[in-house]
Design a protein around this ligand. Structure first.
Ligand SMILES: [Fe+2]
Length: 370
Protein backbone atom coordinates (compact mmCIF):
# COMPACT_ATOMS: atom_id res chain seq x y z
CA UNK A 1 0.00 0.00 0.00
CA UNK A 2 1.35 3.44 -0.84
CA UNK A 3 0.26 7.04 -0.41
CA UNK A 4 -0.62 8.77 -3.70
CA UNK A 5 -1.24 12.53 -3.83
CA UNK A 6 -4.60 13.65 -5.26
CA UNK A 7 -2.90 15.13 -8.33
CA UNK A 8 -1.66 11.64 -9.25
CA UNK A 9 -4.79 9.60 -8.54
CA UNK A 10 -6.16 7.85 -11.59
CA UNK A 11 -9.44 5.97 -12.14
CA UNK A 12 -8.93 2.29 -11.46
CA UNK A 13 -6.80 2.74 -8.34
CA UNK A 14 -8.11 0.88 -5.32
CA UNK A 15 -8.30 2.54 -1.88
CA UNK A 16 -6.14 0.82 0.73
CA UNK A 17 -7.69 2.67 3.69
CA UNK A 18 -11.04 4.36 4.46
CA UNK A 19 -11.19 8.09 3.78
CA UNK A 20 -13.71 10.70 4.86
CA UNK A 21 -14.09 14.27 3.61
CA UNK A 22 -16.68 16.99 3.15
CA UNK A 23 -17.79 17.88 -0.37
CA UNK A 24 -18.76 21.58 -0.24
CA UNK A 25 -20.35 21.33 -3.68
CA UNK A 26 -23.01 18.84 -2.63
CA UNK A 27 -23.02 19.84 1.08
CA UNK A 28 -22.44 16.20 1.96
CA UNK A 29 -19.95 14.21 3.98
CA UNK A 30 -18.34 11.56 1.81
CA UNK A 31 -17.10 8.29 3.32
CA UNK A 32 -15.22 5.84 1.14
CA UNK A 33 -14.29 2.38 2.36
CA UNK A 34 -11.02 0.57 1.73
CA UNK A 35 -11.44 -1.48 -1.44
CA UNK A 36 -13.35 1.24 -3.31
CA UNK A 37 -12.17 1.62 -6.94
CA UNK A 38 -11.59 5.27 -7.74
CA UNK A 39 -13.55 6.90 -10.55
CA UNK A 40 -13.30 10.29 -12.27
CA UNK A 41 -16.19 11.53 -10.11
CA UNK A 42 -14.56 10.47 -6.82
CA UNK A 43 -11.19 11.96 -7.79
CA UNK A 44 -12.82 15.26 -8.76
CA UNK A 45 -14.68 15.32 -5.43
CA UNK A 46 -11.44 14.67 -3.53
CA UNK A 47 -9.56 17.43 -5.37
CA UNK A 48 -12.46 19.85 -4.79
CA UNK A 49 -12.34 19.05 -1.07
CA UNK A 50 -8.54 19.61 -1.01
CA UNK A 51 -7.89 16.05 0.14
CA UNK A 52 -4.09 15.56 0.13
CA UNK A 53 -4.28 12.08 -1.36
CA UNK A 54 -5.12 8.52 -0.40
CA UNK A 55 -3.51 5.22 0.52
CA UNK A 56 -3.78 2.98 -2.51
CA UNK A 57 -3.73 -0.81 -2.50
CA UNK A 58 -1.28 -1.36 -5.35
CA UNK A 59 -1.97 -5.09 -5.52
CA UNK A 60 -5.67 -4.54 -6.23
CA UNK A 61 -5.33 -1.49 -8.46
CA UNK A 62 -5.89 -1.84 -12.19
CA UNK A 63 -2.84 0.25 -12.98
CA UNK A 64 0.70 0.61 -11.78
CA UNK A 65 0.90 3.27 -9.09
CA UNK A 66 3.76 5.52 -8.11
CA UNK A 67 5.07 6.29 -4.70
CA UNK A 68 4.39 9.66 -3.24
CA UNK A 69 5.79 11.08 -0.03
CA UNK A 70 3.29 12.13 2.60
CA UNK A 71 3.26 15.96 2.85
CA UNK A 72 3.45 15.86 6.68
CA UNK A 73 6.75 14.00 6.50
CA UNK A 74 8.06 16.40 3.86
CA UNK A 75 7.27 19.40 6.07
CA UNK A 76 8.88 17.69 9.05
CA UNK A 77 12.02 17.03 7.03
CA UNK A 78 12.19 20.62 5.82
CA UNK A 79 11.83 22.06 9.29
CA UNK A 80 14.50 19.65 10.62
CA UNK A 81 16.98 20.63 7.91
CA UNK A 82 16.27 24.35 8.47
CA UNK A 83 16.80 24.07 12.25
CA UNK A 84 20.06 22.28 11.70
CA UNK A 85 21.19 24.84 9.10
CA UNK A 86 20.44 27.69 11.52
CA UNK A 87 22.49 26.04 14.24
CA UNK A 88 25.26 25.37 11.75
CA UNK A 89 25.30 29.10 10.89
CA UNK A 90 25.45 30.10 14.54
CA UNK A 91 28.40 27.79 15.10
CA UNK A 92 27.08 24.59 16.61
CA UNK A 93 24.85 21.81 15.38
CA UNK A 94 23.57 19.80 18.33
CA UNK A 95 22.82 16.13 18.84
CA UNK A 96 19.12 17.04 19.09
CA UNK A 97 19.22 18.60 15.62
CA UNK A 98 20.64 15.41 14.16
CA UNK A 99 18.27 13.14 16.14
CA UNK A 100 15.31 15.07 14.69
CA UNK A 101 16.62 14.48 11.18
CA UNK A 102 17.34 10.81 11.90
CA UNK A 103 13.67 10.36 12.92
CA UNK A 104 12.57 11.98 9.70
CA UNK A 105 14.89 9.78 7.65
CA UNK A 106 13.32 6.71 9.24
CA UNK A 107 9.86 7.97 8.25
CA UNK A 108 10.99 8.66 4.69
CA UNK A 109 12.29 5.10 4.45
CA UNK A 110 9.00 3.72 5.83
CA UNK A 111 7.05 5.80 3.34
CA UNK A 112 9.17 4.69 0.42
CA UNK A 113 9.24 1.07 1.59
CA UNK A 114 5.46 0.84 1.68
CA UNK A 115 5.59 -0.77 -1.75
CA UNK A 116 8.29 -2.97 -3.19
CA UNK A 117 7.39 -1.66 -6.62
CA UNK A 118 8.01 2.03 -6.10
CA UNK A 119 9.08 4.62 -8.58
CA UNK A 120 9.77 8.11 -7.39
CA UNK A 121 7.26 10.59 -8.69
CA UNK A 122 9.41 13.52 -9.74
CA UNK A 123 6.55 16.01 -9.91
CA UNK A 124 5.61 15.14 -6.36
CA UNK A 125 8.96 15.85 -4.76
CA UNK A 126 9.80 19.00 -6.71
CA UNK A 127 9.24 22.32 -5.02
CA UNK A 128 10.54 25.67 -6.08
CA UNK A 129 11.32 27.96 -3.17
CA UNK A 130 13.84 27.81 -0.35
CA UNK A 131 16.02 25.96 -2.81
CA UNK A 132 18.76 24.53 -0.60
CA UNK A 133 16.35 22.98 1.89
CA UNK A 134 13.93 21.58 -0.66
CA UNK A 135 16.86 20.40 -2.75
CA UNK A 136 18.21 18.51 0.27
CA UNK A 137 14.87 16.77 0.76
CA UNK A 138 14.50 15.88 -2.93
CA UNK A 139 18.05 14.53 -3.06
CA UNK A 140 17.48 12.47 0.07
CA UNK A 141 14.28 10.92 -1.28
CA UNK A 142 15.82 10.13 -4.64
CA UNK A 143 18.99 8.76 -3.04
CA UNK A 144 16.88 6.48 -0.84
CA UNK A 145 15.01 5.17 -3.86
CA UNK A 146 18.31 4.46 -5.61
CA UNK A 147 19.74 2.85 -2.46
CA UNK A 148 16.69 0.59 -2.12
CA UNK A 149 17.04 -0.48 -5.73
CA UNK A 150 20.72 -1.31 -5.07
CA UNK A 151 19.76 -3.49 -2.11
CA UNK A 152 21.16 -1.40 0.76
CA UNK A 153 20.14 -2.61 4.21
CA UNK A 154 18.10 -0.59 6.70
CA UNK A 155 21.07 0.90 8.52
CA UNK A 156 22.73 1.85 5.25
CA UNK A 157 19.52 3.48 4.05
CA UNK A 158 19.33 5.48 7.28
CA UNK A 159 22.89 6.69 6.79
CA UNK A 160 22.29 7.46 3.11
CA UNK A 161 19.04 9.36 3.76
CA UNK A 162 20.71 11.36 6.52
CA UNK A 163 23.65 12.18 4.23
CA UNK A 164 21.16 13.38 1.60
CA UNK A 165 19.38 15.70 4.01
CA UNK A 166 22.71 17.13 5.23
CA UNK A 167 24.80 17.10 2.04
CA UNK A 168 24.45 20.80 1.21
CA UNK A 169 24.22 22.26 4.72
CA UNK A 170 27.66 23.79 4.15
CA UNK A 171 26.10 26.03 1.48
CA UNK A 172 24.42 28.21 4.08
CA UNK A 173 27.84 29.67 4.89
CA UNK A 174 28.45 30.73 1.26
CA UNK A 175 27.35 34.32 0.46
CA UNK A 176 23.97 34.20 -1.27
CA UNK A 177 25.29 36.46 -4.08
CA UNK A 178 27.68 33.67 -5.05
CA UNK A 179 25.05 30.91 -4.78
CA UNK A 180 22.62 32.81 -7.00
CA UNK A 181 25.14 34.50 -9.31
CA UNK A 182 23.73 34.43 -12.87
CA UNK A 183 27.08 34.51 -14.67
CA UNK A 184 30.19 32.37 -14.48
CA UNK A 185 31.90 32.21 -11.07
CA UNK A 186 35.40 33.66 -10.71
CA UNK A 187 38.13 31.26 -9.66
CA UNK A 188 38.02 32.70 -6.17
CA UNK A 189 34.23 32.33 -5.94
CA UNK A 190 34.39 28.75 -7.21
CA UNK A 191 37.06 28.06 -4.60
CA UNK A 192 34.58 29.13 -1.91
CA UNK A 193 31.79 26.98 -3.39
CA UNK A 194 34.10 23.96 -3.53
CA UNK A 195 34.52 24.04 0.22
CA UNK A 196 30.83 23.54 1.07
CA UNK A 197 30.97 19.72 1.31
CA UNK A 198 34.08 19.94 3.49
CA UNK A 199 32.69 22.54 5.91
CA UNK A 200 29.51 20.61 6.62
CA UNK A 201 31.13 17.18 6.83
CA UNK A 202 33.96 18.32 9.11
CA UNK A 203 31.61 20.19 11.39
CA UNK A 204 29.41 17.11 11.86
CA UNK A 205 32.24 14.59 12.18
CA UNK A 206 34.29 16.65 14.65
CA UNK A 207 31.29 16.76 16.98
CA UNK A 208 30.65 13.03 16.42
CA UNK A 209 27.14 13.86 15.27
CA UNK A 210 27.12 11.54 12.26
CA UNK A 211 28.75 8.17 11.58
CA UNK A 212 31.90 8.17 9.39
CA UNK A 213 29.94 6.77 6.43
CA UNK A 214 27.71 9.86 6.41
CA UNK A 215 30.83 12.01 6.49
CA UNK A 216 32.14 10.27 3.35
CA UNK A 217 28.76 10.66 1.65
CA UNK A 218 28.56 14.38 2.37
CA UNK A 219 32.18 15.27 1.67
CA UNK A 220 32.25 13.30 -1.60
CA UNK A 221 28.99 14.28 -3.29
CA UNK A 222 30.78 16.48 -5.90
CA UNK A 223 33.48 13.94 -6.72
CA UNK A 224 33.37 12.39 -10.22
CA UNK A 225 34.37 8.82 -11.03
CA UNK A 226 37.01 10.02 -13.55
CA UNK A 227 38.74 12.06 -10.86
CA UNK A 228 37.77 15.53 -12.14
CA UNK A 229 35.40 16.39 -9.28
CA UNK A 230 36.01 18.21 -6.00
CA UNK A 231 37.11 18.68 -3.23
CA UNK A 232 39.75 15.93 -3.53
CA UNK A 233 39.54 14.73 -7.15
CA UNK A 234 38.95 11.15 -6.00
CA UNK A 235 38.48 8.39 -8.59
CA UNK A 236 35.84 5.70 -8.82
CA UNK A 237 36.92 3.17 -6.18
CA UNK A 238 38.07 5.92 -3.83
CA UNK A 239 34.60 7.50 -3.71
CA UNK A 240 32.18 6.19 -1.09
CA UNK A 241 29.02 4.54 -2.43
CA UNK A 242 26.78 7.07 -0.65
CA UNK A 243 28.66 9.92 -2.37
CA UNK A 244 28.21 8.25 -5.78
CA UNK A 245 24.48 7.86 -5.19
CA UNK A 246 24.15 11.43 -3.91
CA UNK A 247 26.01 12.72 -6.99
CA UNK A 248 23.33 11.31 -9.31
CA UNK A 249 20.43 12.56 -7.18
CA UNK A 250 22.09 15.95 -6.67
CA UNK A 251 22.72 16.67 -10.36
CA UNK A 252 19.29 15.43 -11.42
CA UNK A 253 17.53 17.66 -8.90
CA UNK A 254 19.74 20.66 -9.69
CA UNK A 255 19.10 20.35 -13.44
CA UNK A 256 15.33 20.05 -13.05
CA UNK A 257 14.97 22.90 -10.54
CA UNK A 258 14.16 26.53 -11.20
CA UNK A 259 17.17 28.68 -10.30
CA UNK A 260 17.73 32.44 -10.58
CA UNK A 261 20.31 31.84 -13.32
CA UNK A 262 18.64 29.10 -15.34
CA UNK A 263 15.30 27.64 -16.28
CA UNK A 264 14.68 24.02 -15.29
CA UNK A 265 15.52 21.28 -17.79
CA UNK A 266 12.74 18.80 -18.56
CA UNK A 267 13.27 15.52 -16.63
CA UNK A 268 13.87 13.69 -19.90
CA UNK A 269 16.85 15.94 -20.73
CA UNK A 270 18.23 15.61 -17.21
CA UNK A 271 17.98 11.81 -17.44
CA UNK A 272 19.79 11.90 -20.78
CA UNK A 273 22.48 14.14 -19.29
CA UNK A 274 23.02 11.67 -16.45
CA UNK A 275 23.09 8.70 -18.81
CA UNK A 276 25.65 10.59 -20.92
CA UNK A 277 27.84 11.15 -17.86
CA UNK A 278 27.94 7.46 -16.92
CA UNK A 279 31.51 6.30 -16.38
CA UNK A 280 32.97 9.83 -16.40
CA UNK A 281 30.92 11.77 -13.87
CA UNK A 282 28.61 9.10 -12.50
CA UNK A 283 28.99 5.51 -11.34
CA UNK A 284 27.36 3.05 -13.75
CA UNK A 285 25.57 0.93 -11.12
CA UNK A 286 24.09 4.04 -9.50
CA UNK A 287 22.84 5.37 -12.85
CA UNK A 288 21.23 2.00 -13.65
CA UNK A 289 19.40 1.99 -10.32
CA UNK A 290 18.40 5.63 -10.82
CA UNK A 291 16.89 4.92 -14.26
CA UNK A 292 14.76 2.17 -12.74
CA UNK A 293 13.51 4.45 -10.00
CA UNK A 294 12.61 7.76 -11.60
CA UNK A 295 9.28 8.48 -13.15
CA UNK A 296 9.68 11.72 -15.07
CA UNK A 297 6.17 11.29 -16.44
CA UNK A 298 4.03 9.93 -13.59
CA UNK A 299 0.68 8.29 -14.31
CA UNK A 300 -1.85 11.02 -15.01
CA UNK A 301 0.67 13.49 -16.50
CA UNK A 302 -0.47 15.14 -19.73
CA UNK A 303 2.41 15.13 -22.21
CA UNK A 304 3.14 16.63 -25.61
CA UNK A 305 4.10 14.10 -28.28
CA UNK A 306 6.45 14.67 -31.20
CA UNK A 307 3.63 13.88 -33.69
CA UNK A 308 1.71 16.95 -32.48
CA UNK A 309 -0.79 15.08 -30.31
CA UNK A 310 -1.15 15.34 -26.54
CA UNK A 311 -1.73 12.31 -24.35
CA UNK A 312 -2.13 11.17 -20.75
CA UNK A 313 0.43 8.81 -19.20
CA UNK A 314 -1.25 5.56 -18.20
CA UNK A 315 1.66 3.31 -17.11
CA UNK A 316 5.44 3.42 -16.70
CA UNK A 317 8.10 0.78 -17.37
CA UNK A 318 11.01 0.75 -14.91
CA UNK A 319 13.75 0.37 -17.54
CA UNK A 320 12.31 2.91 -19.93
CA UNK A 321 11.21 5.95 -17.93
CA UNK A 322 11.01 8.08 -21.08
CA UNK A 323 8.69 5.70 -22.96
CA UNK A 324 5.48 5.05 -20.99
CA UNK A 325 2.10 3.92 -22.31
CA UNK A 326 -0.09 6.93 -23.07
CA UNK A 327 -3.74 7.51 -23.95
CA UNK A 328 -4.18 9.97 -26.79
CA UNK A 329 -6.22 13.05 -25.97
CA UNK A 330 -9.51 13.36 -27.86
CA UNK A 331 -9.27 9.83 -29.35
CA UNK A 332 -11.07 7.50 -26.94
CA UNK A 333 -9.59 4.00 -26.89
CA UNK A 334 -6.36 4.98 -28.69
CA UNK A 335 -3.22 4.13 -26.68
CA UNK A 336 0.44 4.32 -27.64
CA UNK A 337 2.76 1.85 -25.92
CA UNK A 338 5.93 3.81 -26.58
CA UNK A 339 8.13 1.01 -25.26
CA UNK A 340 6.81 -2.17 -26.87
CA UNK A 341 4.89 -1.06 -29.96
CA UNK A 342 7.19 -0.91 -33.00
CA UNK A 343 4.71 1.40 -34.75
CA UNK A 344 5.38 3.99 -32.06
CA UNK A 345 9.18 3.99 -32.36
CA UNK A 346 9.26 7.40 -34.03
CA UNK A 347 7.07 9.05 -31.39
CA UNK A 348 8.80 10.70 -28.42
CA UNK A 349 7.55 12.80 -25.55
CA UNK A 350 8.71 16.37 -26.09
CA UNK A 351 7.41 17.94 -22.88
CA UNK A 352 4.84 18.11 -20.14
CA UNK A 353 1.67 20.11 -20.84
CA UNK A 354 0.31 22.65 -18.40
CA UNK A 355 -1.53 20.82 -15.63
CA UNK A 356 -4.61 22.97 -16.33
CA UNK A 357 -4.82 21.19 -19.66
CA UNK A 358 -5.11 17.92 -17.77
CA UNK A 359 -8.20 19.23 -16.01
CA UNK A 360 -9.73 20.39 -19.28
CA UNK A 361 -9.10 17.11 -21.10
CA UNK A 362 -11.14 14.29 -19.70
CA UNK A 363 -8.75 11.62 -18.48
CA UNK A 364 -9.26 8.41 -20.48
CA UNK A 365 -9.91 5.07 -18.79
CA UNK A 366 -6.84 3.35 -17.35
CA UNK A 367 -5.40 0.28 -19.06
CA UNK A 368 -3.49 -2.72 -17.81
CA UNK A 369 -0.05 -2.97 -19.34
CA UNK A 370 1.11 -6.46 -20.34
FE1 LIG B 1 26.60 20.34 -3.06
Amino acid sequence: MIFVSSANLVPGMCLGRNINFYDANTYAAVGLKAGTKLTDVIITQMKRADVDGAYIDDAKSEIRVISSINSEIKNEALSGVKNLANDFMSGGVTGDDVEEIKDTTEKLIDNLSASSDIMVNIADIKMYDDYTFHHSLSVSIMALAIGMEMGLNHQELNELGLSGLLHDIGKVSIPIEIINKPGRLTQEEFGIVKMHPVHAANHLLERRLVPPNCYYGIVGHHEKVDGTGYPKGLKSDEIHLYAKILAVADVFDALTSQRPYRTPSPPSEAIEYIMGGTGSHFDEQCVRAFIRKVAPYPVGTVVQLSNGETATVMANFPDQPLRPTVAVTGRPGVYYDLYHDMNCLSIVITGICDTKLAEENKTPKAVQVK
